[in-house]
Design a protein around this ligand. Structure first.
Ligand code: 1CP
Length: 364
């Protein structure tokens, strides 16, 4: 194992483990990205996946929001993308400006599972660059805040691998679920196996907490979510934790974010995750009642709220902190990724208010 500098701020890890915190920790989904001019400047010079594959560049960009909002963010998230798993499985993906991800040769029929995907994936060979970036970033952070790793959920990745990119209806991916349910499960299992190895490698490389993004979970009916997403998400938490323990490594806290899957909150609180990330359509009190303190809650301001004026942002943060509580089982975040055209100064107001109101509410 690597030797890393001692951690100076462990708020987020304590919150995830259910320990008391002096104030609620905060980070922002997609905090290293297009709303930052310093990120856009790097993107003019480099292709998206070139950045992901170059540890020095991934480290530089992961640190950009940490440096800009010095002392205001309580975690860094490694700069990468959920689509590196489909790449490791053998599919070619490009990131086109204004279009997002495009798969050159997506999966069309179930036979493609064997024709287009690698049978076995050695994550150290295919994704070793992510592990290197994590180790390098962890050292560069010098213990300022914990470093988060992540993967996409099996269902969300399956959706991209069949749709070939972003899609509004997910009709092609859903056709698989309804026409070829067994083959779909085979594909989901294949992605799960790579995801488990990849997360374990991330933790061994230095990730101190990890998040699974099921960005398209809410596109499924509750029944289909229970068939095609939940079992694989559950498997990931169980296998990652037990394998780390077997390897003599303390498991790190794990967060699950199923956007739109409000109906699954109770199930998600019972499958081994430490933290559930909520989108903005879920009422904090409802979420607390249904999860009964078994997990830490993360979220959930509407990302568009950052287009509001400063006082509106402050009022929204105060409401959110009052509802979730600030010193137990709560991590502040947005309900989804920050939007590319948000003013970075509004982000500063958001973060400063979280610190100020968090301490204030805790002292009352
Ligand atoms: O700070 C960070 O969070 C940086 C790391 C990061 C993460 C965690 C990036 C960089 N992407 C992701 C996760 C990710 N990627 C998700 C899950 C979170 C979510 O739902 O928002 C998803 C769905 C993707 C896929 C993806 N990558 C899209 C979405 C397309 C769609 O279908 O709507 C897009 C546009 C990307 C590109 C991307 N990934 C990350 C950045 C900074 C960008 C912009 C690319 C660019 O510069 O052109």
């Amino acid at each position: 194992m690597n030797e890393f500098p001692p951690l100076k701020n462990d708020l987020i890890l304590r919150a995830a483990r259910g320990q008391k915190t002096e104030r609620a920790p905060v980070w922002i989904m997609r905090q290293a990205g297009r709303y930052l001019p310093e990120f856009r400047a790097e993107r003019l010079k480099h292709d998206f996946f070139e950045i992901c594959r170059t540890p020095e560049l991934a480290t530089l960009i992961t640190l950009q929001p940490i440096d800009r909002y010095d002392g205001l963010l309580d975690a860094a998230i490694i700069f990468s993308d959920i689509l590196v798993i489909p790449q490791a499985l053998g599919l070619s993906v490009e990131m086109l400006p204004d279009k997002g991800p495009v798969f050159l040769d997506p999966l069309v029929v179930p036979e493609d599972i064997d024709l287009k995907l690698r049978n076995k994936v050695d994550v150290y060979q295919e994704l070793g660059y992510v592990f290197e970036a994590i180790t390098m970033t962890r050292k560069a952070l010098n213990g300022r805040v914990p470093l988060l790793g992540f993967i996409g959920s099996p269902w969300t990745l399956m959706a991209y691998m069949i749709e070939g990119g972003s899609s509004r209806t997910l009709s092609k991916a859903k056709t698989w679920l309804f026409k070829y349910p067994e083959e779909s499960k085979r594909l989901l299992q294949k992605i799960t196996d790579v995801g488990v190895d990849f997360l374990i490698g991330q933790v061994k490389a230095g990730a101190q907490m990890v998040q699974i993004f099921d960005s398209w979970g809410g596109e499924l009916s509750p029944l289909d979510f229970n068939l095609f997403s939940l079992p694989f998400i559950a498997q990931i938490a169980k296998r990652v934790k037990s394998q780390l323990i077997n390897d003599g490594i303390e498991p790190v806290p794990m967060t699950i974010f199923c956007k739109g899957s409000w109906y699954a909150l109770e199930s998600l609180s019972n499958i081994g995750y430490d933290t559930i990330s909520l989108d903005w359509t879920i009422d904090p009190i409802y979420a607390k009642n249904i999860t009964k303190g078994k997990v830490t809650l993360q979220g959930n301001m509407d990302p568009n709220m950052l287009y509001g004026d400063h006082d509106t942002i402050r009022a929204s943060v105060r409401r959110m902190l009052e509802a979730f509580g600030t010193n137990e089982r709560y991590i502040v975040n947005l309900g989804h990724g920050i939007l590319p055209t948000v003013d970075p100064e509004n982000v500063r107001v958001f973060l400063e208010t979280i610190h100020k109101v968090g301490l204030e509410l805790n002292n009352n």
